[in-house]
Design a protein around this ligand. Structure first.
Ligand SMILES: C[S@@+](CC[C@H](N)C(=O)[O-])C[C@H]1O[C@@H](n2cnc3c(N)ncnc32)[C@H](O)[C@@H]1O
Length: 228
């Protein structure tokens, strides 16, 4: 069901969910990695990669990028842009559910990013599988960036009362019918704490347009390292 809704959203709501330029959260992550004198080579995982705006940015910086998404059309656009920008040798794409087993070897990734895709995992079983799989495929000393909607987000936040999903912290958005889970920094830290060490956390507030109206958006950004 989520897959069909996202297929529809990809065709109808590009302005809201599929931007052209890399996310500022990924640019922030890159600056963080530079400060750590991290080498921009090796393998990067882009979970819920969409049209590839972030994956292409990481590929340009030197990483081999592995993108995973459920929407075929988004992966097609990612692939075509990669070809146009002569980066296709650095990009591998997988049409998969990020709540299922990952098609990668153990200790394979140097970095991983998830930009607003984790909120789509509504079942606890899928979230736990995602965490276990992510831990399995990440190298020791690798970094993982996660960027999600805050419970105080001006657009989704009020829906917790107005349009709640079945599970605490979830909403069913009336604009696209997609269910999402909203988080606080502490909830995310607690969820990942058995397998990942929290390195940095940050709230990000900005103005943003959703479906023709302006909102004060609030997101949370965390950087983790696997406890390996
Ligand atoms: C808000 S968009 C963000 C896309 C991309 N990360 C970006 O920053 O442009 C969320 C993405 O998650 C994907 N998605 C949603 N549920 C998913 C799932 N269960 N498995 C894989 N991808 C999923 C959607 O198709 C969509 O591309």
């Amino acid at each position: 069901m989520g897959k069909n809704l996202w297929e529809k959203a990809y065709l109808k709501h590009k302005k809201e969910f599929f931007h052209k330029h890399p996310s500022n959260s990924v640019k922030f992550f890159v600056e963080f990695l530079k400060k750590k004198k991290f080498k921009f080579e090796g393998n990067a995982l882009d979970l819920g990669c969409g049209n590839g705006r972030n994956g292409l940015y990481l590929a340009k910086l030197g990483f081999n990028v592995y993108g995973v998404d459920i929407v075929k059309e988004a992966l097609k656009d990612f692939k075509n842009t990669a070809i146009r920008e002569h980066l296709s040798n650095k990009i591998k794409l997988f049409q998969r559910d990020i709540g299922e087993k990952f098609p990668f070897k153990n200790n394979f990734f140097d970095i991983a990013i998830d930009i607003n895709s984790f909120p789509n995992l509504i079942s606890e079983t899928k979230r736990k599988r995602y965490k276990t799989e992510l831990f399995r495929v990440m190298k020791k000393q690798s970094y993982y960036l996660i960027y999600v909607y805050s419970k105080n987000d001006g657009y989704y936040g009020p829906m917790l009362k107005k349009f709640p999903g079945r599970e605490e912290g979830t909403i069913i958005c009336p604009d696209d019918n997609i269910q999402r889970k909203l988080y606080t920094i502490n909830e995310l830290k607690k969820f990942f704490s058995d397998k990942f060490r929290s390195i940095l956390d940050k709230k990000i507030k900005k103005k943003g347009e959703m479906f023709g109206k302006m909102y004060t958006r609030e997101f949370i950004l965390l950087i983790f390292q696997p406890k390996k």
